[in-house]
Design a protein around this ligand. Sequence first.
Ligand SMILES: Nc1ncnc2c1ncn2[C@@H]1O[C@H](COP(=O)(O)OP(=O)(O)OP(=O)(O)O)[C@@H](O)[C@H]1O
Ligand SMILES: [Mg+2]
Length: 516
Amino acid sequence: NSFKSFFWRLMDDALLQGWVVTARKSLLQVIFPPELRFACLKFFNWIFHLFSSYCYFDITEIDGVNTNELYNAVQLYLSSSVSINGSRLSLTRALNSSAITFGLSNNDCIIDTFNGVTVLWEHVVTQRQSQTFSWRPLPEEKRGFTLRIKKRDKSLILDSYLDYIMEKAIEIRRKNQDRLLYTNSRGGSLDSRGHPWESVPFKHPSTFDTLAMDPVKKQEIMDDLKDFANGQSFYQKTGRAWKRGYLLYGPPGTGKSSMIAAMANYLSYDIYDLELTEVHNNSELRKLLMKTSSKSIIVIEDIDCSINLTNRKKITNNPSTRNYYDPEIRCGSGSICGEDGGNSITLSGLLNFTDGLWSCCGSERIFVFTTNHIEKLDPALLRSGRMDMHIYMSYCSYPALKILLKNYLGYEESDLDYDVLKELEEVVDKAEMTPADISEVLIKIRRHKQKAVSELSEILKTRAERNLKSGSLREKNSDDMEDEEQEKRALESPKEGSEFEEPCKKEEEEDEEKLK
Ligand SMILES: Nc1ncnc2c1ncn2[C@@H]1O[C@H](COP(=O)(O)OP(=O)(O)OP(=O)(O)O)[C@@H](O)[C@H]1O
Ligand SMILES: [Mg+2]
């Protein structure tokens, strides 16, 4: 009985409580209808914001139906600071990327500072209430960032912080994305999207660390590249197009192509490998240039072989008449400007490509030309300002050899005997071996390090001796030939005031008379 009464009392209580709750609810609704409650909330919000020293900006992932660019930019931008400070992170890896991006977890906060101003970012994720009609399905979660800043810093932040974030995001995206190597090997034909370039992921492992060359020269080039990449305001201030030209020259196998790969890896630029022989005329060249993107290196390898410079000799043989404004010289090879009617690629077209008006469509571009024979190049290509830096890639020097020993055998300078080093230093310059030759020797015997060094030393010695012998032989030959030539000249040369000068004088006199 007692249990029964207890049960019923409990039920009564529950019923009563339910009634009370319902009654209270309906009473509240009578006194505070939803409109009034909403107005109250708004009012309290307004009061809160009025007295708060902060203001808030919401950056939602989807703005109406479009994806909000700023949301993605903020996400990428925060990824760099989040990776250091966060304790719970979301990780993503985008398509075409080999890097992992860190992100703020849902409803997590992070503090950032910009120009001494502190801001707070919150990643707000809520469930989407009801699916409204839309042409494309929206994600179930509503994501966004809320930026909290002090009211007094509002103008500073809006003026520069958001621009800074956008720039940083582009940089991070480029760094994370695999770089591309473009080629125009398809000739002038376009792909389905109207692009003349074909691309493949660029994964060349060459870096400035692995490049064997004089460290001082290497540092100079690296500084120059960094100055260029950070020099937007400088180029704007001085009225120069934001581009730079490098001419790499030297014997085959000295690292010209490796240097280009190292440059691209250092600056995270794409490479456009321009095959000039596939370009039919100047307008095609211009179209190719227009379709290159900023932050890229445009490469023309073996420039001396790529363009017809046959008539160049005619011009350079007569230096007194050489004038850059001469149309023949501007066109490089005489055949090009006029008669061919633009049916072939010309030196003038190439010069316009590198520093004409068209070269400035897009910005932050580097032109690199390589050649094994700098002496074959037209002076118009070499004049200062066109190729800003001429870099000689030389035979392997002692500092370069030390880099190769470190890269291939893991030998630091201190790991090797003083005598061995001295021996290598003495012969390496005289041997005139390219880094490619030396790396070939080291690769073959890299498992037996000491043997590799002693074998390399032997090879260098033999090559040095051979060069010395052939050098002295060459000297002797050239001395003999000079003697012979002098003798010949002495025999052939007419005596002073002989008939050789007479006709010339006669002709001159006749010319003068005609002029009179
Ligand atoms: N300076 C260097 N540092 C490191 N490795 C080098 C260097 N030079 C050449 N090598 C090695 O030799 C190979 C050939 O070098 P690379 O193609 O860069 O020479 P190149 O100067 O472009 O020759 P070519 O004039 O024939 O095009 C590379 O794969 C690289 O491993
Ligand atoms: Mg090369």
